[in-house]
Ligand binder design. Structure first.
Ligand code: SF4
Length: 408
């Protein structure tokens, strides 16, 4: 059975920025250095969560919010936050306080408890385990919600594609539906009515209309294309002045070293050093025992990386065996056999979309791809008559798959 690829909007962003960088981070599992802007953003997100926490019936005062911010801010050193000096960290702290004060001045009189804050959603769809953290969801009544995402960087204006992803996640998430039903038990469907980026440094709110089906489909095709490239092992670097200047992996990047990175020993072990001045390797500090969560995250990522490699090799093996007209071949420990199996091929995608919409089945999939439409045909909750209508739009074709067995 094909395993889902763990994916998120930030992983998508990193792959688009540079596939080789994604490979260093998520295939080789090399962490990046702490970044001050992440620490700053995380501190302000923490304050927003504290303000709107549904567990507290009364909203905290400005003094309490500032205390909360200060306590969290002081829990780590400036180096761990990624600041270059104590002075820069202090400037970040002052800016954080200024933002919180301005936020209270603007909103204190109209605080309302949202449906959720910092809600982590994991949605399995289209071969992906899509992980999203929805900063804030407000309930507007009649099953309608507004999704709000806080921004803390320098860029104020931005494209709404991240919100498009959250819109589809929110409308498919059983967790969000159950939260709404706690307030409004008669609600059967969730509809995202409004989308908003809230830029905290300027207190600017940017509202967007909900994306229509066409926008979601276009966006999601882009996501699935990236996921396919990751599974196929496509990690060619896309160097550029901006991304390479701040990239932590310059010292091991093939663009700068002229050779492929081969693992954590040798020159690769020193990747965190400045590119122009690589110091001699230092003895490694004693390893801290991992928490259960860290250990689990490691295993999940290693498993995902192994799966990507498996998918890539499988494609190569099938291509070679087909070119050589082999149906079976042997390694030292495994034997490979090509198998053909029938599947449905839908040439006219638009007709499929139109039919699924008319049958009210479009919500069962983010995008009607080959795989997801085939899954609908196996879904026992869909009436046989509807399945027959869908099947009539496709034709049966043979596809080749690879079966691997351990040799005796
Ligand atoms: S140095 Fe540039 S090309 Fe190399 S991984 Fe980083 S961003 Fe990509």
């Amino acid at each position: 059975m094909v395993k889902n690829l763990s994916f998120s909007y930030s992983k998508l962003g990193m792959y688009k920025e540079c596939p080789q960088k994604y490979k260093f981070r998520y295939v080789h599992m090399l962490p990046e250095k702490p970044k001050y802007y992440f620490a700053f953003g995380s501190a302000l997100h923490g304050v927003m969560e504290y303000i709107y926490d549904a567990k507290n019936p009364a909203f905290p005062t400005l003094a309490q919010a500032l205390d909360f911010f200060t306590k969290n801010w002081n829990a780590t050193t400036f180096e761990k936050k990624g600041y270059a000096s104590l002075e820069k960290e202090q400037a970040g702290y002052e800016e954080g306080r200024r933002i919180i004060e301005a936020y209270y001045q603007k909103h204190q009189g109209s605080f309302m408890h949202p449906l959720s804050v910092e809600l982590k959603s994991t949605l399995e769809t289209d071969g992906l385990n899509l992980v999203s953290i929805l900063d804030r969801i407000d309930y507007l009544g009649d099953g309608k919600v507004m999704i709000l995402d806080y921004k803390t960087g320098k860029t104020v204006e931005r494209a709404p594609d991240q919100l498009y992803m959250y819109q589809k996640v929110a409308e498919m998430s059983p967790l969000i539906k159950s939260l709404v039903q706690q307030t409004d038990p008669s609600v059967q469907n969730i509809k995202v009515e409004k989308l908003c980026f809230y830029h905290l440094p300027t207190l600017k709110e940017m509202y967007f209309e909900r994306a229509d089906d066409k926008q979601i489909v276009e966006f999601w095709h882009g996501v699935l294309a990236v996921a396919d490239d990751i599974r196929a092992g496509k990690f060619s670097p896309t160097p550029g002045e901006n991304q390479c200047r701040w990239c932590d992996y310059r010292n091991i990047c093939p663009v700068f070293t002229g050779k492929e990175y081969t693992g954590p020993s040798g020159y690769g072990a020193r990747f965190m050093a400045p590119v122009a001045d690589v110091p001699p390797a230092q003895p490694a500090p004693a390893a801290q025992p991992k928490t259960v969560q860290e250990d689990l995250s490691d295993k999940i990522d290693r498993c995902g990386a192994a799966f990507s490699e498996y998918e890539r090799l499988k494609k190569e093996i099938i291509a070679i065996m087909e070119a050589q007209h082999f149906t079976q071949h042997f390694g030292v420990n495994y034997q490979a056999q090509l198998k053909t199996k029938p599947r449905m091929d839908f040439k006219d995608k638009q007709k499929v979309v139109d039919l699924l919409r008319s049958l009210n089945l479009l919500k069962k999939t983010l995008v009607p791809t080959q795989t997801t439409v085939e899954a609908l045909l196996q879904d026992p909750s869909i009436p046989e008559g509807q399945k027959a209508q869908i099947s009539a739009l496709g034709q049966k074709v043979e596809m080749t798959d690879l079966e691997l067995k351990k040799t005796e």
